[in-house]
Write a protein that binds this ligand. Structure first.
Ligand SMILES: [Zn+2]
Length: 292
């Protein structure tokens, strides 16, 4: 067994012991969890297959489109993109077995999940959603772009109409396919944080309040530096502030940093309150399930 394999094995042993001994588990799930399940925003092959118009127009992988400025595109292009992207993530990519394994690992514990993922894998894999907080919302909600109402509604039918109205020459949704607000007739918009977001945020806060003085295990799965303020930094703060909390950070180095600095490490100030496992989430969840 190589040195790093020994370290990984030791990390998993620590995680399993902590899991058996804790009173509560808080899982933080980032893009790395879905990537470990096969849903990667850097997947060029899937992009060629499922975003063919966009590939033809010169893009290469889904993440290339994240954070692009809306005003560079027409409404028609914007809708064509959202419908294509969400259709792939939500309807084409299957519910991933890795998430069901995670649910089995958590079974019997008092657990809660906070995730930055919008892909609905927790929902699709049967997690009780009153124990899952999608911090950045999800792809299922649509709202009014003119904000005539705070109501949000399911976007499946509207996005199917967009898909059916894409002009594949221009990669624009035709005017008749553009989703509208049913109340005022303005354009609709994808509304990541649906109207139940605050209620779900409150559940997360209540879980944290109740876990404050308990033996709390924080398990971070595939959380990087894309939006570290959502999970990574709060988890470090919780590990530091709660008297009996322990953080296990599961992550691999990032492909863009060949020396593998950055992702798995925990700050030195958390010595004795945190451990890092330099492995991907699939390997760790698989090992935990095998040792259950
Ligand atoms: Zn409206």
């Amino acid at each position: 067994m190589s040195m790093s394999a020994q370290e990984a094995d030791r990390g998993i042993r620590i995680l399993k012991e902590r899991l058996d001994a804790c009173d509560a588990v808080l899982v933080g799930a980032g893009a790395g969890l879905s990537a470990a399940a096969g849903l990667s925003y850097f997947d060029g092959e899937a992009f060629r297959k499922y975003y063919p118009d966009m590939y033809r127009l010169g893009w290469h992988y889904p993440y290339e489109l994240v954070g692009r400025r809306d005003d560079e595109w027409t409404r028609g292009r914007k809708w064509a993109y959202w419908a294509t992207h969400i259709h792939y993530v939500r309807d084409v990519f299957p519910a991933a077995e890795l998430y069901r394994k995670l649910l089995r690992v958590l079974d019997g514990h008092d657990w809660f999940v906070v995730t930055s993922n919008c892909d609905r894998q927790f929902f699709r894999n049967g997690f009780p959603m009153e124990r899952v907080f999608e911090y950045q919302g999800n792809y299922d909600n649509m709202g009014c772009s003119a904000h005539c109402t705070t109501h949000t509604w399911d976007d499946h039918d509207a996005l199917q109409r967009v898909l059916a109205n894409i002009d594949h020459e221009t990669f624009e949704c035709r005017e008749e396919g553009i989703p509208k607000c049913p109340y005022c007739g303005a354009d609709a918009e994808i509304c990541f944080r649906g109207e139940d977001w605050q209620q779900n945020a409150d559940r997360y806060v209540r879980f944290l309040e109740q876990a404050r003085d308990r033996k709390l295990l924080l398990i971070e799965l595939g959380v990087g530096y894309n939006t570290p303020g959502v999970i990574r930094w709060p988890f470090e703060n919780i590990a530091a502030e709660f008297p009996d909390a322990f953080l296990v950070r599961v992550n691999t180095g990032y492909v863009q940093y060949p020396d593998r600095t950055g992702f798995p490490q925990v700050p030195g100030s958390l010595a004795g309150k945190a451990a890092a496992i330099d492995m991907d989430a699939a390997a760790v969840i698989g090992a935990l399930e095998a040792r259950a």
